[in-house]
Write a protein that binds this ligand. Structure first.
Ligand code: TXA
Ligand code: MG
Length: 317
């Protein structure tokens, strides 16, 4: 039988150690296909409290709970509608979080007091091995300080937290690179709470119409934690209009139109590759002390919604 192998340097002994730390109520950062997560035992309110403390995150912002198989969802969510089953069959393991009515075993702190819970099966061998070995669902937000850029590499986690995290499992660069799509199935109709690389069009092809959280006709929707300023580098990020760069020295990201900034970076032409590069390049530029990071408006189209969403938030001051 082939031995399970993990990317980079994570071996079975490290997984066992990480699982033990999770069971003891400590924090472990681990790779997923979207971004790195800062994990704690989702059934242990004290462990979960440490996540909020380490991130500097307000307790009004609910966490996503990760499980390794559909058979574990029942521990977290108390109902499993047909639409959830259809989506899970197609997109799990993967970057789609489903918001469902929560089980009583999940402490209120995890869900910011809501009666619903976000749950997903991540598509990453290290995350899945950790979940299996820990034997408990793992609550994990992105492993960054509140409002900062999400981490797509173990080094990004180390820069934010240093030794405030008991262990960081290094799975190399994340290959999706943006946080999961968040879809609520808790109400009468499906609502997209956060766009991601599983697109609204892909979801609608399976389950029919999905409304948007910011749909003005539906009023302000229950998407706690979707703060306008979020996912931001420390360096001011500005969109470029009419080909004009700000004064001073900065870096410029573009898809089509070259402009002569101190540092210029051309993004890949397709949405998947752009998503996979975006946070990585922003982290890199953010460490180079530029006066600004200027970004051309990305292309439009189904796969690009999540990129627009994150850049709009990164530009919000
Ligand atoms: O890709 C991801 O989702 C990553 C990896 C680690 O899985 N996690 C992540 O977690 O991005 P976080 O905490 O940074 O973002 C969680 C998002 C927030 O926008 C939050 O509002 C939403 O999920 N969310 C979680 N539970 C919810 C609930 N019960 N109702 C509404 N929104 C919820
Ligand atoms: Mg986050």
């Amino acid at each position: 039988m082939a031995r399970t192998s993990f990317p980079i340097s994570v071996d079975a002994a490290q997984i066992a150690r990480a699982a033990e730390l999770i069971r003891r109520g400590e924090l472990v950062a681990f790779p997923t296909e979207t971004v790195y997560g800062l994990g704690a035992n989702a059934l242990d309110a004290n462990a979960v409290a440490r996540i909020f403390e380490a991130k500097g995150r307000p307790s009004t912002s609910p966490l996503i709970v990760h499980v390794y198989g559909i058979e574990c969802v029942g521990v977290v969510a108390r109902s499993w509608p047909d639409r959830a089953a259809m989506l899970a069959r197609r997109f799990w393991p993967g970057s789609l979080t489903l918001v469902l009515p929560k089980q009583a075993a999940i402490p209120p702190l995890v869900t910011a007091g809501l009666d619903t819970v976000g749950v997903r099966i991540p598509n990453h061998p290290i995350a899945l091995a950790l979940l299996r070995e820990a034997g408990v669902p793992i609550a994990a937000p992105s492993a960054n300080r509140f409002t900062q850029l999400s981490p797509t590499r173990a080094e990004h986690v180390r820069e934010s937290f240093g030794d405030r995290v008991s262990l960081i499992l290094d799975g190399g660069p994340a290959n999706v690179g943006l946080e999961s799509t968040v879809l609520s199935l808790a109400g009468p109709a499906p609502v997209l709470l956060r766009p991601g690389m599983v697109t609204r069009q892909q979801i609608e092809a399976l389950i029919g119409p999905v409304s948007l959280a910011e749909d003005p006709l539906r009023g302000p929707h229950s998407s706690p934690g979707q703060h306008r300023k979020h996912y931001s580098p420390r360096t001011p990020l500005v969109f470029v209009e009419n080909g004009e760069l700000p004064g001073g020295r900065g870096a410029y990201l573009y898809w089509h139109t070259f402009l002569n900034a101190s540092r210029v970076y051309r993004m890949p032409s397709d949405a998947e590759s752009s998503a996979a590069r975006l946070y990585d390049i922003l982290h890199e530029l953010d460490n180079q002390s530029w006066d600004w990071i200027a970004v051309e408006l990305p292309p439009r189209g189904p796969g690009w919604e999540a990129i627009h969403d994150r850049l709009n938030r990164a530009a919000a001051r």
